[in-house]
Design a protein around this ligand. Sequence first.
Ligand code: PSU
Ligand code: MN
Length: 297
Amino acid sequence: MDDPVTCAPEVRDALAAGRAVVALESTIFSRLGLPHPVGAEALAACAGAIRAAGAVPAVVAVLDGRVRVGIDPDDHPRILAAGRKVAERDIAVAVGEGWETGATTVSATLAACARAGVRVFATGGIGGVHRGASEHGDVSADLPALARHPVLVVSAGAKVFLDLPRTLEMLETLGVPVLGHRCDRFPAFYLRSSGLPVQHRVDGPEAAARVARAHWAMGRGGLLLANPIPAGAEPSGLAAALDHALAEADRAGVRGPAVTPFVLDRIAEASAGASLAANVALARSNAEVAAQVALAL
Ligand code: PSU
Ligand code: MN
């Protein structure tokens, strides 16, 4: 069959001309990641920040049985309403079965970027090793996908509800460089610092781009650029809500891909929306930094 990945004309032209392109995953903007209308606001904020920095945004999602890199704004509502999560292995099912819509996670978006030739991608937080993974084995497909695909991912670290020490250990095992963007500690999404050290600190997009170029010159895959939530946007008092949400997920028997959407939803409810504003602020900041790195590359 022909290539399941289709680039929007604007993205294809930008890539051909060597102009900066930044991919965005769609799960965070869909109702699996953020409730309506916050998902729409977050998408507009991220795409706007990428354009303002002088790069072309490329939203990645499944639409009409294809993986699209770059979605026409007229089709954004379909993506925001998508209720099916597409990780890397699900691409085969979504394309083979001709799904009308699907929201791509970090792993599926990385796979699409690699095929399309997009080198930089912004998200909120990557998936990782879930707490209790030694019993149930839940480790996000985002981690091996990061190792495999030659793409630099900008994220605010990973969610505090993951097992962050094990997530960092796994990234080391997989050979994924973890760079702190103007920080020495790995951020934990809503928190500027998890307290855990990053492998290496870079003090700007040019430095990140130099490391990425060297990694790719070695024939290697992805890199993680960890960018803390902007100082003024850090919400307070989410720790209790987080513990509560995790305990609730456990009691309700929520497992596997359903865990992240469930916990995000409960935290938003418990924090009366404070977590949502923080989520938009960090996603926007990551998009801006990603555009600067794409320009530097
Ligand atoms: N982190 C967020 N919001 C999200 C996700 C992560 O703050 O919506 C999504 C991303 O798309 C990520 C996915 O790739 O969850 C990881 O899911 P899992 O743990 O099932 O691999
Ligand atoms: Mn999982």
